[in-house]
Design a protein around this ligand. Sequence first.
Ligand code: NAD
Length: 334
Amino acid sequence: MNIILIGYGYWGPNIAKNAMASSEWNLKGICDISRERLEKAKILYGSSIEYYTDYVELLNKDDIDAFALAVKNDVGQKIAEDVLKAGKHLFMEKPLAKSVRDAELLKELANDNDVIIHVDHIMVFHPVIRKIKEILDSGELGELIYFDSSRVNLGPTIKEDVNAMWDLAVHDLAIIDHLSNGENAEHVNAVGLKGYAAREALTYLTIQYPNFIAMLKSSWISPLKERQMIIGGTKKMIVFDELKMDRLMVYDKGVNVINRKNNEYGKYEVEIRAGDMYSPNISMEDSLLNSLNHFANCIKSKEQPITGADQAIRILKVLEEADKDISRKRKPNE
Ligand SMILES: NC(=O)c1ccc[n+]([C@@H]2O[C@H](COP(=O)([O-])OP(=O)(O)OC[C@H]3O[C@@H](n4cnc5c(N)ncnc54)[C@H](O)[C@@H]3O)[C@@H](O)[C@H]2O)c1
């Protein structure tokens, strides 16, 4: 199938590289309003693909099956609407839209035009997350009780179109949504600090789900880089640290409830259990390539992607609620 990439800025080159590597896709061309960016692409791809500055001329071409969008959030909506209205499948960089309303409009357009929206919630296609899902679904972890995530760094850029939460916590929310089979959040609380940014450069987001809680830290103003998620289960616990050699550790640690009747003094109701730990073998895979291939398979099978519009809307609902909470708490001089 033929795909056009719109947006060859910071992230677009990764999509181009993986579309080239994919046996499912033929990267037909790249479109960017910046000629300078297109020149960069030409150095890599030469005459093997086509180059455009205006996507509108491409919408009605019969030999194009899909468009991948890697543009900033504030310009993405109009392009996404045009793509869907033209009856082309859409691979959209996260977040899908600026609001739940905009995302619902895109979902409606996709349904009306019988095309697929795939949101690049890339972590869902990470081999470690696939392994964690297997462990969870096997019952080894017991019931989910909490997620604790830290996604912090100094920059690398301070974005203007989104705050740190919309840029970073969106990954954690996609992981939680996937692992919990689409649980809806019940309560959302957040605080944020603008610092040097147009929007919040640091946010703390806490969420109550029906059976577990989550705490997500997102920052562009940390001296250290962290990409760590702790997943607590009633039986075992998991630590996923993207920056470590042993990226995934499963801990047989937890708390055992002691039957009061057997306790002589009735003093201790629980005991700490610290058993073994292990690190499962994880295959080396490119998550973005997996994401692009899943998109292609969904188009072929006419199935909804696991990171389709419905998942994106659940995630956007949390982000919107969190934004409202941050605004409510904002100091008058901020
Ligand atoms: N999945 C991930 O881990 C990940 C990582 C980084 C960025 N992203 C996402 O990728 C998207 C793009 O981010 P970025 O940092 O690459 O932005 P960027 O500003 O670096 O690049 C956007 C590019 O789009 C081009 N552009 C703008 N309007 C256009 C138009 N109408 N037609 C054609 N081209 C146009 C710009 O010239 C620019 O080259 C965002 O949605 C961001 O959230 C995802």
